[in-house]
Design a protein around this ligand. Structure first.
Ligand code: SAH
Ligand code: SF4
Ligand code: F3S
Length: 444
């Protein structure tokens, strides 16, 4: 029998990307090989996202096509993992009976056992809340330069718009020892940059009587790792101790993703975010007092139920005042089981799309203004890939996470930190020229 193949399609956030890499690792351990084409693979896995309604709808359209394929090829295995799987559970099996396995995010490390049940002829839905097992499998990572490292799972907040707590479960921190061990393995394998992951990463350690600042100190000296990042931070837990620690540790990159969601206090209160816009501004000011050049990015929601035009304008004002490097924006989408979805003051699609366009314009202006500061500077770039639009160019990121393109040979520079003089600045990317490299200097 020829080797069985698999294909994974990943929707949603970095947490899902990290989970997909672990599930790919499990599948390869079981003897599956990666297939390029999802309509040829013997096993297809959709790792799903339900943060907004359109994210969920996408999954059903993909599943429909695979269900048809299964009628001609009954051996095809269809797996639905991630947040839609968690939210729908057995309902999903009823809606798309061709699906073999529905598994919530807490079961990622148990994929092998669940597939064994499928092989035994069962249709399986596994979404009971459970303790996440320490990952003993080897993930198949998409990159060999940068890696995700899970640090805290779940979310204990209850933002009134958000479905995440009900699909990702309660907070569960990994132990500092397990995290350090994973990072040491990455360092030995030649990885240069890690991003520590959590829904609210700065809440790390509350269940272990430690915190993120202590974890950063504990992992900072791992050999081989040159850059450390973390995301996503919740303003409520972003302490001065954490800021001071980031400023002090040389490998800690000066980029912080701290969503604000809205710029009006009444809206923030109804979102149940637990801070005011004044408090948010104070945190950013504190970050900049320690690290004047820090990049700040965020998430924001427009057209939350009942948001007035004047309240929305306060969000625009916050964006202009802070000058963000980037902001992920979205129109509010009602999610099942969340309080805000039942409120009467839902806004029309017309208001949503108008506000989304206006906020995106403000974000682009703010990002373009922030990009100007790089002109003429020499930035350290970690080279990762080719520029898909210009094969003679390579791409990488600054410590502040801006994408940079420059002329160069990918084979030569891939995985290296090189100095690049910035000559052109666009809102979300930069172009420049490679400076005489440290290695060349050593030779000359
Ligand atoms: N834990 C992080 C955010 C994780 S969810 C935090 O609280 O900051 C990622 C982003 O999705 C959120 O920041 C929010 O901007 C967006 N989001 C969540 N629920 C949404 C909804 N119902 N409609 C639109 N956007 C939503
Ligand atoms: Fe959702 Fe709020 Fe938790 Fe973030 S903190 S994941 S927005 S409930
Ligand atoms: Fe989506 Fe789940 Fe992440 S809902 S944003 S994949 S936590």
């Amino acid at each position: 029998m020829s080797q069985q193949t698999y294909h994974i399609t990943t929707f949603g956030c970095q947490m899902n990307k990290a989970d997909s890499e672990r599930m790919a690792g499990v599948l390869e351990t079981l003897g599956y090989a990666a297939a390029e084409d999802e309509f040829v693979a013997d096993l297809v896995l959709y790792n799903t996202c339900t943060i907004r309604d359109n994210a969920e709808q996408k999954v059903y359209s993909y599943l429909g096509r695979q269900a048809k394929r299964k009628h001609d090829n009954p051996a095809l295995k269809i797996v639905v993992a991630g947040c839609v799987a968690q939210q729908q559970g057995e309902q999903l099996l009823r809606r798309v009976p061709e699906v073999d396995l529905v598994m919530g995010p807490q079961y990622v490390n148990r994929l092998a056992d669940l597939l064994a049940q499928v092989e035994a002829g069962n249709q399986v839905a596994m979404t009971e809340p459970t303790h996440i097992l320490e990952d003993i499998t080897k993930p198949r990572r998409d990159s060999d330069i940068t890696a995700w490292v899970n640090v805290i799972y779940g979310c204990n907040e209850r933002c009134t718009y958000c479905i995440v707590p009900s699909v990702r479960g309660l907070e569960q921190s990994r132990t500092p020892e397990a995290i350090r061990q994973e990072i040491e393995t990455l360092g030995r394998a030649g990885f240069k940059e890690i991003t520590l992951l959590g829904q609210n990463i700065d809440a790390y350690g509350r269940d272990l009587k430690t915190n993120l600042a202590a974890l950063l100190r504990y992992i900072h000296d791992v050999d081989g790792i040159e850059r450390i990042r973390f995301a996503t931070s919740h303003p409520r837990y972003f302490t001065e101790e954490l800021i001071a620690t980031c400023a002090e540790l040389p490998k800690l990159c000066e980029h912080f993703h701290i969503p604000f969601q809205a710029g009006n206090n009444e809206v923030l209160k109804r979102m149940r975010r637990g801070y005011t816009h004044e408090r948010y501004r104070d945190i950013i000011a504190l970050v900049r007092s320690y690290m004047p050049d820090a990049s700040i990015t965020a998430d924001a929601i427009v057209a939350f139920p009942g948001e007035t035009e004047a309240q929305f304008e306060e969000t625009l004002q916050l964006i202009r005042d802070i000058e963000f490097d980037a902001v992920n924006t979205a129109a509010y989408s009602p999610r099942p089981g969340t309080p805000a979805a039942t409120w009467e003051e839902q806004l029309s699609e017309a208001v949503k799309s108008d506000r989304l366009q206006r906020i995106n314009r403000a974000v682009a202006q703010s990002a373009a203004a922030r990009s100007q500061r790089y002109l003429g500077r020499i930035e350290e770039v970690l080279v990762e890939a080719a520029n898909p639009k210009r094969p003679d160019q390579v791409s990488g990121r600054t410590r502040s996470n801006r994408m940079v393109f420059f002329e160069g040979d990918l084979q030569r520079w891939r995985g290296q930190l090189v100095p690049v003089e910035i000559r052109e600045a666009r809102a979300f990317s930069l172009s420049g020229q490679l400076m005489a490299s440290p290695t060349l200097q050593a030779v000359g």
